[in-house]
Design a protein around this ligand. Structure first.
Ligand SMILES: [Zn+2]
Length: 449
């Protein structure tokens, strides 16, 4: 019994509260784990653009309604003045880090996902071709299975993946059949096929990627590499790819994306979009120019999805992160609503994962709470020119599978000298990412993947 009478008031207080909580539990258990109240919900898939409350239970969205009373949850968070959106999906990243391979996207050029996702509201990333069918399983056990971030993958059509020149230019290692076989083995994780960086005159990588994509019934994403007269962009988007395939780096200007006269989209782009090709930002280190983005957006040729092409270079360059890419597009005319759609339901749809990127009741409770900061901001591109803006998206809170995984200003936390909530010990399971010195003796639960 000695421990009950320790000097620390906090410990005594928590023991007392746990007893109260335990007795209350029999009386009336709250219906929900978390409620986000008073936030402006932007949910493209469900056409919601208004102030609503969002309730979460057991890792799922339980209810979205105009008023859900605080007493119904273990923890209520006031999101007044903030935007509540589905957890963001970054459709093009490089996260096969940790192999130790120099100068390789299956190595040093990649970043570990958890360090770069939750802090900007991202809960799902799609690795764009770092691994191929030969090293996907290494990528899976090294990163995908160990990350808190939901990591989906596009398999590189190159069997060895994105390991540098000598691998990526080797057409003998581009096998659509073998690639499809591995994609079909992991349908939960492999959501696309990627071809990238090819400099040769042949169509081999695109053709093999389409074979793999067709067999596995998943889209192909193309980084079209060097601009070659033998394989024009028009033919790629209008003959070789299928409707539903994805063209990334849309504002790079490296491969006939822009009409030289009008400065708007090229005929290849206009006709490609008409037949159902998706266009993705993938701003990266060297794939986004204001001299394309400004006139093309003005012309109405906006992206279907906003992705970063995150890697060790772009994260410190003009791209920085998903919210910076979103803020950039808003600076040249996209609405907040459109921007959020392009970071949530749109990318989910492109990779046939319509279960993600929305706040439908029953969906996984991946949520971003964003603040639209007003001020003076500058946004740069690959050739170091700038657009100024007066708004910037900041992530205040990220929830993944119903658990708070990032909380910039401690929105959910009590002041240190306030008494704990009556449900603090149960709420703790949903309000903490890393164990941080429990205020009572309940054990933190491992977060589901
Ligand atoms: Zn990339």
């Amino acid at each position: 019994m000695k421990s009950l009478f320790r000097k620390e008031n906090i410990a005594c207080c928590c023991v007392a509260l746990s007893l109260v909580a335990a007795s209350n539990a029999f009386a009336q258990a709250p219906s929900y784990d978390l409620i986000l109240q008073n936030g402006h919900v932007l949910d493209d898939k469900n056409h919601i653009d208004s102030v609503m409350d969002v309730a979460i239970k057991n890792g799922k969205i339980a209810k979205v309604a105009t008023h859900i009373p605080s007493g119904d949850a273990l923890k209520t968070i006031d999101a007044k003045g903030l935007y509540v959106t589905p957890g963001l999906i970054d459709l093009h990243v490089h996260v096969y880090a940790g192999t130790g391979e120099r100068g390789s996207y299956a190595g040093d050029n990649s970043v570990p996902p958890d360090g770069f996702t939750f802090r900007v509201g991202v809960t799902t990333v799609v690795d764009a071709g770092c691994s191929g069918w030969k090293n996907f399983e290494d990528f899976k056990q090294r990163i995908i299975d160990r990350s808190k971030t939901r990591v989906l993958a596009m398999l590189n059509i190159v069997g060895s993946g994105m390991r540098g020149e000598k691998y990526e230019q080797n057409t003998a290692d581009m096998d659509g059949e073998a690639t499809a076989k591995v994609a079909l083995k992991y349908p939960e994780t492999i959501v696309g096929i990627k071809t990238a960086h090819f400099e040769g005159p042949e169509w081999t990588p695109v053709e093999q990627a389409v074979i793999a994509g067709t067999k596995a019934n998943i889209p192909v994403m193309v980084d079209f590499g060097a601009d070659r007269p033998t394989r024009p962009l028009y033919d790629l988007l209008n003959k070789k790819l299928r409707p539903g395939d994805i063209y990334t780096h849309m504002y790079s200007g490296l491969r006939q994306e822009q009409d030289p006269v009008t400065k708007g989209p090229s005929k290849a782009f206009i006709d490609g979009r008409k037949r159902g090709i998706y266009f993705d930002a993938g701003t990266g280190g060297g794939s986004f120019k204001w001299s394309l983005a400004v006139p093309m957006v003005k012309d109405g040729f906006i992206p279907d999805s906003l992705s970063t092409d995150l890697h060790i270079g772009s994260m410190n360059g003009a791209t920085k992160d998903e919210l910076n890419v979103g803020s950039k597009m808003m600076a040249i005319g996209l609405s907040l609503k459109e921007t959020v759609a392009e970071m949530t339901s749109h990318p989910a749809h492109e990779v046939k994962r319509d279960d993600l990127g929305n706040l439908s009741e029953g969906s996984v409770a991946d949520v971003a709470v964003l603040r639209l900061e007003k001020g003076k901001f500058g946004f740069t591109d690959m050739v170091n020119t700038r657009v100024d803006g007066n708004e910037k998206l900041i992530c205040e809170m990220t929830i993944k599978d119903g658990r708070i995984v990032y909380d910039l200003n401690g929105m959910e936390a009590k002041l240190w000298n306030e008494p704990a909530d009556p449900h603090a010990s149960e709420a703790y399971h949903w309000t903490t990412f890393a164990p941080r010195g429990p205020r009572q003796n309940s054990k933190p639960v491992e977060m589901p993947h």
